[in-house]
Design a protein around this ligand. Structure first.
Ligand code: SF4
Length: 260
């Protein structure tokens, strides 16, 4: 796991603490359980400045109000004294985002940041993240099971199955023509308005037990493209082009089928 040329796994605990929160920050999917219910949101946001920047309580609280304004929480000056349960789900996620960008991180990891939110609020949160990313030029790693959410925000996608990357590509290549059966299954599972009245598509079977992975390609029990060697040979991440790779022995067939 490398960050700016440094292997993070080899750092001491102290050095890792310097990276965590300051240079790499994270947003979790359930803001209500990530926030502390017994402290005001202002206290929790301002803690970042008190602990990491040594600011006084008053100055840190001013910064908390500025950040709440930046993530567009209305009446931030008053609401800074409210507790997490007094905010809606979308507003709580904005508070989490404010905390994560407080120290101007170089990379922000957002783990399913919109899962618990309704579709309209999801779109607002994604728009906010994209805007903050553009403004501050930070890297944004978005972890999601919802390919619909990433289409407008991401430049590159890495699709993971059973703990490994099975396809990586620029975002538009993946949507235009996936090169792995699992990616194709995910895209086919997105409901479409022009398929009204038809059954929704689902990838057959269940995700594998990570402690007892299938032999060969981990996707083979569910794969409509499976051949005999898929059961025995683990596919490497084949290079399709300089920017694209697929961990499927039959990526050409998958790609050709999509491009016809
Ligand atoms: S390697 Fe075989 S089983 Fe695995 S995804 Fe490709 S075709 Fe399917």
């Amino acid at each position: 796991m490398r960050f700016r040329g440094t292997d993070l796994l080899k750092l001491s605990e102290e050095a890792r603490t310097q990276v965590r929160g300051q240079r790499i920050a994270m947003i979790f999917q359930d803001a209500l359980s990530a926030l502390n219910p017994v402290f005001t949101v202002g206290w929790q946001i301002s803690e970042m400045f008190r602990v990491h920047r040594g600011m006084s309580k008053t100055d840190a609280m001013k910064k908390a109000v500025e950040l709440m304004d930046r993530v567009r929480i209305p009446a931030a000056r008053q609401r800074v004294h409210d507790y997490p349960h007094q905010f809606s789900g979308g507003m709580r996620q904005r508070i989490m985002i404010a905390m994560s960008i407080a120290l101007d991180p170089e990379v922000l990891i957002a783990d399913e940041p919109t899962t618990a939110l309704d579709v309209t609020v999801q779109a607002q949160i994604m728009e906010l993240l994209a805007e903050l990313q553009r403004e501050s030029q930070m890297g944004l790693i978005l972890i999601t099971h919802d390919l619909g959410v990433v289409a407008d925000v991401a430049d590159k996608i890495a699709v993971m199955y059973a703990g490994r990357i099975v396809e990586r590509a620029p975002v538009h290549d993946i949507y235009r023509a996936p090169a792995h059966p699992y990616t194709k299954g995910l895209l086919d599972s997105i409901p479409r308005v022009d398929q009204k009245g038809q059954d929704l598509y689902a990838i057959k079977g269940l995700p594998p037990n990570l402690l007892d992975l299938p032999t060969g390609c981990a996707f083979h029990p569910r794969c409509p493209y499976r051949q005999d060697n898929c059961v025995t040979d683990v596919p490497p991440l084949y290079e399709i082009s300089g920017t694209r790779g697929s961990a499927c022995h039959y990526w050409r067939e998958v790609l050709d089928g999509e491009q016809q």
